[in-house]
Write a protein that binds this ligand. Structure first.
Ligand SMILES: Cc1ncc(COP(=O)(O)O)c(C=O)c1O
Length: 442
């Protein structure tokens, strides 16, 4: 029996008729990969090639990718392909040998960070980065307590899954973990999202202390992607960050989703809020498909950990990873992709906003840059979440060959996250097909 793992937009066997080839591939996955994997969509998709914002199935059909945040500068970006191939053909070493790639990259990456963030450590995945960040935070603060938002996702290691409530009820949260309501601008009771969010963090701090647990850290995803995409008002993080610091803990900015220009205002999501983190974790888009991730931080926060524990990560910071990451950063900066995320993101948001006057199920359109959330409701006045309609829209778009997904505690927010190279023409295609799907689903 398959239990509900809380995953939004997961393929459910029997929910839709499948063609023979898809059914056979799904059966093989089950046989070979075991029971833990989940696919997207009622009719899962099979891709054999990608280019820019497009993915192609075995028959050569093109799908517009408005979802994947790994190949954030476009599928098979030539600069990354060239850098990885060149370095792979030259040398792959690890951080126990001197090599200049990691140094050049760390230097260039740290130049994008606010003053005070002075070191960078390489990992392989976002989970790996968050796991390391927690070890550093607990070593620095002497505390154990962790505060996250109530539908947060931060990764898959034992430590990190214990503070990733979106993994569902079957994955237990740690006894040292407290959750706080997401900064929900759509349903805010007072209109002051920042004060409400800070009050939630303060309550969590008090509860940890009451149970004899010293707070170590507050961690949040800069765009609250699994919570439902909450971007504003800019600055709302300030009170929460202040609260954790007053309690002796640190603030970790998880930039796995919001980093590398995604939100269009700046390179990093936290910059929209005018806060400087103690640690910053990143991954996914960092290598545009090559696995590379890491933790940036204040030297004084890293000092104690570095004194007590040595750090070696076999593949983290290998020369190929560093070259892939360098090519991505170079492309983001030289091709004006942060600006494009801002401009095309605004254009796309306006286009979707215009659909709201035609389709009453659109309750709210929000997001920053090229990370948008569209809240689907059955009643605009009561703001009643409509998960069933959301599923129909996501799958309807998939049938129109546009890829998006969904998120939020009530599984009713369309998650739209095209590559940073997205064009206005591609935004038009998305809006036009979304309009068609919304009419059909109504
Ligand atoms: C906000 C956030 N943090 C961390 C992770 C974990 O990253 P990875 O899958 O590379 O381990 C994810 C992955 O989806 C994420 O969205």
């Amino acid at each position: 029996m398959v239990t509900d793992t809380g995953m939004v937009n997961a393929f459910v066997e029997g929910a839709a008729e499948l063609d023979a080839a898809t059914a056979a591939m799904i059966a093989d996955r089950k046989k070979l990969l075991g029971p833990a994997y989940r696919l997207f969509y009622q009719r899962p998709v099979h891709f054999v090639r990608g280019e820019g914002a497009w993915l192609y199935d075995p028959e050569g059909n093109a799908y517009l990718d408005a979802y994947n945040n790994v190949t954030s500068i476009g599928h098979c970006h030539p600069k990354v392909v060239e850098a990885v191939s060149r370095q792979m053909a030259t040398l792959t070493t690890n951080t126990r040998y001197l090599h200049d790639s990691v140094l050049r990259y760390a230097d260039r990456l740290l130049a994008t960070m606010p003053e005070g963030i002075g070191h960078f450590m390489f990992t392989c995945t976002g989970s790996d980065a968050n796991d390391l960040a927690v070890r550093i935070a607990q070593s620095y603060t002497g505390g154990q307590g962790i505060i996250v938002t109530e539908t947060a996702y931060h990764g898959i290691t034992q430590t990190v899954a214990a503070f990733s409530p979106s993994l569902g009820e079957n994955v237990p949260l740690g006894a040292h973990v407290r959750t706080v309501p997401a900064p929900d601008s759509y349903r805010s009771a007072t209109g002051d999202v920042g004060a409400e969010f800070a009050a939630g963090v303060q309550a969590a701090i008090r509860d940890l202390q009451r149970h004899g647990i010293k707070p170590a850290l507050f961690i949040c995803d800069g765009i609250f992607s699994s919570d439902g995409v909450f971007d504003g008002p800019a600055g709302f993080l300030k009170g929460a960050v202040e609260a954790i610091r007053v309690a002796g803990g640190i603030y970790i900015a998880d930039e796995v989703q919001s980093g590398f220009g995604r939100t269009g205002d700046a390179m990093w999501g936290f910059q929209r809020h005018g806060v400087v983190p103690d640690l910053v974790t990143m991954g996914k888009p960092m290598g545009n498909g090559y696995p590379v991730a890491g933790v940036a931080g204040r030297p004084e926060v890293l000092a104690e950990f570095g004194r007590k524990a040595r750090y070696f990560n076999t593949f983290g910071g290998n020369a190929v990873a560093a070259e892939a990451a360098m090519a991505v950063l170079e492309a983001i900066q030289s091709e004006g992709l942060v600006e494009n995320a801002r401009e095309t993101g605004r254009y796309l948001k306006d286009g979707i906003q215009a659909l709201a006057s035609l389709h009453p199920c659109i309750g709210d359109v929000r997001g920053a840059g090229l990370f948008l959330g569209v809240e689907i409701v059955s009643d605009r006045v009561a703001k009643t979440p409509d998960a069933a309609m959301t599923t129909r829209i996501v799958n309807g778009l998939r049938d129109e060959r546009v890829l998006i997904s969904a998120c939020a505690k009530a599984a009713n927010v369309l998650k739209i996250r095209p590559p940073l190279i997205f064009t206005r023409d591609q935004a038009d295609i998305l809006v036009e097909r979304l309009d068609r799907v919304l009419s059909r689903c109504a």
